[in-house]
Design a binder for this molecule. Sequence first.
Ligand SMILES: [Zn+2]
Length: 192
Amino acid sequence: MQVSQELLDKFKVLMKKRGREYKSDDEERGEAQSLVNYVEFVYEFAKKEMRRETKLKDYPKGYPIDEDGTYGCLLCHGAITRINGWYDKYGFKCLDCQRAFDKKLIPVKVLKDRESWFADWQIHDEHGVHPSTARKLRRERLLHARDLKTKEGDVYYTIYLHSDNQEFLKKYPRKEKKKIEFIYSGGKQIQL
Ligand SMILES: [Zn+2]
């Protein structure tokens, strides 16, 4: 939406009250236009959210994605569209993850709380366990996995519930996340 003269006049009054000075009319118009663009974006976003909320009242278990665009599955992060995606009160999911949820292969806490489970990459990055060791621990039943499978039966993602893996977590606790701290010395930034 282009900034109208009426809106620009109101913007001028408002900005003057706030003590904001502009070097030129062009600069002022540019800033007013940015604000309008931003408001338009927020408005469109809120409209979409409201439509989803309203539709969920008719479909409390969710419904296939009915909007254009690409979304990320909240569980496996796979790219989803209206062809292979589902939306419910927890967010966007791929149909495979939705099926795992419907079949109760994954409990609802997994969708509500990202801290209630960990993924393959976290075993390595956060618990310091090499993938081959992880496979061994799985065979030894120290690590309990829940494999998510496609309709064809192929494993496409694996999750590990904290509640299933108390023993593993005791033996391989999550490493403290490295904090990167800086100090400033003589105008230079030094990493500690
Ligand atoms: Zn998924």
